[in-house]
Each structure stands twice: as structure tokens, then as C-alpha cells.
Design a protein around this ligand. Sequence first.
Ligand SMILES: Cc1cc2nc3c(=O)[nH]c(=O)nc-3n(C[C@H](O)[C@H](O)[C@H](O)COP(=O)(O)OP(=O)(O)OC[C@H]3O[C@@H](n4cnc5c(N)ncnc54)[C@H](O)[C@@H]3O)c2cc1C
Length: 555
Amino acid sequence: MSSPFATHEVLNQSPPFEDVNLFTTDAGLVEAVSREGGGAAARRLTAFGQVCGSAAAFERGRLANENTPRLKPFDSKGNRLDVVEFHPAYHECMAISVGEGLHCSAWDHLAQPDAKPLPGANVARSAGCYMAIQMEAGHQCPITMTNASVPTLLLQPEIALEWLPKILSRDYDRSFKPAAAKRGATIGMGMTEKQGGTDVRANSTTATPVSGGGPGAEYIVTGHKWFMSAPMCDAFLVLAQAPGGLSCLLLPRFLPDGSVNALHFQRLKDKLGNRSNASSEVEFHAAHGWLIGEEGRGVPNIIEMVTGTRLDCAIGSAGLMRLTLANAIHHCRHRTVFQRKLIDQPLMQQVLADLALEVEAATALSFRLCRSFDRTADEHAAAWRRLMTPVTKYWVCKVGPAVAYEAMECLGGNGYIEEGLAARAYRELPLNAIWEGSGNVMALDLLRVLQREPETVAVVVEDLGAAVGGDAHLKAQLARIQGMLHEPRLLEQRGRTLAEALATLAAGTILKAHAPSYVADAFIGTRLGGTARQTYGQGLDRFDTRPIVERAFPA
Ligand SMILES: Cc1cc2nc3c(=O)[nH]c(=O)nc-3n(C[C@H](O)[C@H](O)[C@H](O)COP(=O)(O)OP(=O)(O)OC[C@H]3O[C@@H](n4cnc5c(N)ncnc54)[C@H](O)[C@@H]3O)c2cc1C
């Protein structure tokens, strides 16, 4: 006799997406890391890929986002506290990423006097970030900012000397006490004010010298910041108006005498995604800060930090895109509709393969950019870094939400449910486009290079010209770009067109040279082949989609 509860049997659902090695199953990543100079880290990355793709890691991600951080501005007696409490799962994610050195490993050479940067250090670190963000995205905010703060701190050597030993530590120390008494430290940034995030020159926060002022001197900082994330960082690089103009200062949470610096948090933002990470509104009530570099050099001094965070936005978006894709392929391998697995349905093959092309291109482009951070002494790499940082951040972060949405739809209704990975990744992805220079700002930065550094543009265009080879579509795209460059009158209106054209050309050349031809030809044929498309899953009928999907996430 059949059970009266037969309808409670769970049939035709995919098994959980977990215990997946996020490195070894990702051929596009493995090859990009090796190609761009990080191959020596492969063994370590294999072990880290297992950690980040484990069931325990994804569970930590869920817990850290369902149990969001809480601001405790005061204690029970009304004394100021200004601390944020996180769920233990958030701290576990931080301990894993800090233990792996994702907040600093590109700077390990600074521990030795006169040591040179380790070859491929940025590529290896970025590969770790690409996987850690798949485990849990929000905690990557302080990880990214800490790594990116180092070149700005180095502008003020005595301050760098004090903070670097704490930054280079692999010991995550969540305690709220002076950095000198901690095993490790993290650094955040405060630029955005209510009246302007892009236009930081409109900052109204003031910095008044305690005595004479000047590089490394102490200032009193008064004002507000409308967004200052990861408020439990140990210090923040902040922009404020000093007598000599907009300046960059380091504001620690504790003062040298052990008292708490006057950073008064007003509230935490209620965000669409990125919920495990706290983003504060903060008032500086005559807080103490120390000047980094000269007064009036705030923007150029903090821009190094911003450049580093832009790389991480692209790497992080590529990682999250790959997570949503692998999750979708996994589901379609197990789900049967109309007596046939979803993965074998021709329309679904088109969609999955199309997404896989976007993810592999985003990964290839992001890691090519990363290589240029490892080879700054090389003229071609330096030019690539300057021109292609805004281009890569623009394109990868813009396609991310679209990829995540389509991948979510592959899971049907389950994709839209909070318990799965897809919904959270989808809500996270627009953030990488918005912060650290949103779309138009990236297009404007690209135009700034065109106007001020024509020699940089010439180097990159020459490199791309050499890479297009005999491919007709790549050649046509290069000619289109050169045409736009020769019409400077319309460049501002065409900033986004040019950024996207450069990104797809660069990605196409990398895939043509290094990816299997079934990937490269399909990417170039659909993205640069001349047929307009607005949604995924089109134009691949001429191509062999099965190996593209298999490569993206092997069975
Ligand atoms: C979750 C979260 C966390 C954040 N954390 C931090 C943090 O830790 N520290 C920090 O300093 N900031 C932080 N920010 C702020 C973020 O960097 C800013 O929101 C961002 O720089 C945009 O600034 P804005 O919000 O003032 O928008 P605006 O500057 O007003 O820009 C609005 C829009 O206009 C566009 N735009 C701007 N100028 C032009 C132009 N000339 N032509 C055409 N379009 C233009 C922009 O691209 C954008 O789309 C955070 C933001 C979020 C959402």
C-alpha cells in the first residue's frame, strides 16, 4: 500500500551545491592564474578552493548574512561605545581570509628591507579573493580595503612603519583595543559624504593642524561621512579639507594614550545585499588624524588605494559570476523537465554556454589586469594598468548582475529563494559596479587617460593590434575603436561605448590566444560578430555548446 505521505517524498530536486573545489573545477581560473604569473601558488589555491567551496563555508556565508551586524552606539549607562557586533560566522570568514593573507600577501616583501615584490603575488592573492567572495562576499570589503591601503600608507613612511607589521600579520584579531596591543589590524576608508561621493572635492569635513601641520603631523578632524564600511577596522584613510586643500589622513580607532578616538557612528545602512558587512554613517567629533603626504594632495594620495579596490571589484564580480554559473549548471545536470535533463535541452544549452563565455571572458580580463599590478616596472603593463583598470571594472561589474540574474532563472523558483546561493549573489553584484567608481565615473576615468596620457593609449592599442592576428571580427573591433579615438569631439558621449568596446576586444584577444577555440570563437562570434542582442542564450546555434558548458563546470 502506498504511503499516505507519498507527496512528501522529495523527487527531482538537485543535491546541494557544496563541497566543490572552487579552484580545480574552474578551468578558466586555473589557466588564467598560470598564464598571468601566479602558477607557483596552484597547490595552495587548490587547498583554498576546497575550503571556500565546502558545505561549512557556504553555511557560514548564509549565517553571516541572515544575522546582520548590529551597531551598539552606547552602553546600558549611556556611555559611548561605537562598536559593531557581528555573527561569529562573519568572524570565521575573516579569520579564513586573513589566515590566507588575502588582506596583505601582495605586500609581504615589505617585511624585509629592500626586498623585491614576489613574482605573481597579486595574481595569487586575487585568485584567493575570487574564491573567498564565493564563500561570503561582505567580509571581502575590509580585506580589499586593507590590501589597497598599503601604497597610500607608504607615502608616509613612519606611519607605514607603525602599521605594516600589524597589516602583514595572518592573525585575525577581532578585539576592540589599540592596534599596538593587537595581533593584526585592518584598514578602511572614508571619502563619501552626503553631498558627494564621486565629487569628493565637495567634502566638507575639516582637518585643522594641532600645531604646525605637514606630512605625518596631527590634525583635528571634524565632519561626517555618509558611507564608511567595515567600521570595526582599526584605522581609516579619510579625506578632509585642511588649510592647504583636500587632504588624506589616517584616523585610528584608538589614540596613542589608549583612549577611543571620536568616531561616532550614527547608524548602519540597511542594504540591498552585502548584508554581512556593516556600512556606517559616522560623525567625526574633533577626532584625531595624522596627515598622509602633503596637504592638498588628498585625491592623488588616496587614488592608489582606490585603484587597488577597483581591481578587487572586477575580480570579485568575476568570482561571483562563476559561482552563479556553476550553481546553475549543477542544477540543470540534475533536474528533469519533460523527460529530459535541463542541461540536455537545446535552449538551456544555449543559455548556459552563453553565460559560460561571459564568465570566462570576465575572468580572463580581470586576471590580465591583475598581472599589470605585478609588473609595474614594465612600460606595457603600467599602461595596461592605467587604461584597463577603469575599462575592466566597468565591463566586468556591469555584466555581473545580468549573468547572475540569468543563472538564477536557470534554477527556476528555487533560484529566487533566499536559502540558495543565487539570490544572495544576485543582490551583491550591483554593489561592485556602484562603489569605488560607478559606471559613468569609470567611463570618465577612461576619457581622462585619453586626454592626458595619449602615450598610454598608444601602448595599449599597439598591444591589442598585435594580438588581433588574422581574426576578422577582432580586426573590425580594433578599427572601430581607432575610429572613435580619432573623433575626440564625441568621446564624452561615447565613453561607455568605448569602455565596452575595449573590454570585449581585450577579452576576445586573450581568449583567442589562450582558450580552447570552441570558447574563443563562440565569444568573438557572438560579442563581436555584428548581431545585436539584449539577452543571453542567443547566437550560439552555429557553435558547439556542450564542451563550453562542460569546461565551465565539469560533471
Ligand atoms: C554598500 C556601500 C558601501 C560603501 N562603502 C563606502 C566606504 O567604505 N567608504 C566610502 O568612502 N564610500 C563608500 N560607499 C560610497 C560609494 O563609494 C559611493 O556611493 C559612490 O562613490 C557614488 O557616490 P554617490 O553615492 O555620492 O553618488 P554620485 O556621486 O551622486 O553619483 C550618482 C551617479 O551619477 C554618476 N555620475 C557622477 N558624476 C558623473 C558625471 N560627471 N557624468 C555622468 N554621470 C556621473 C555616477 O556614476 C552615479 O551613477 C559605499 C557605498 C555603498 C552602496
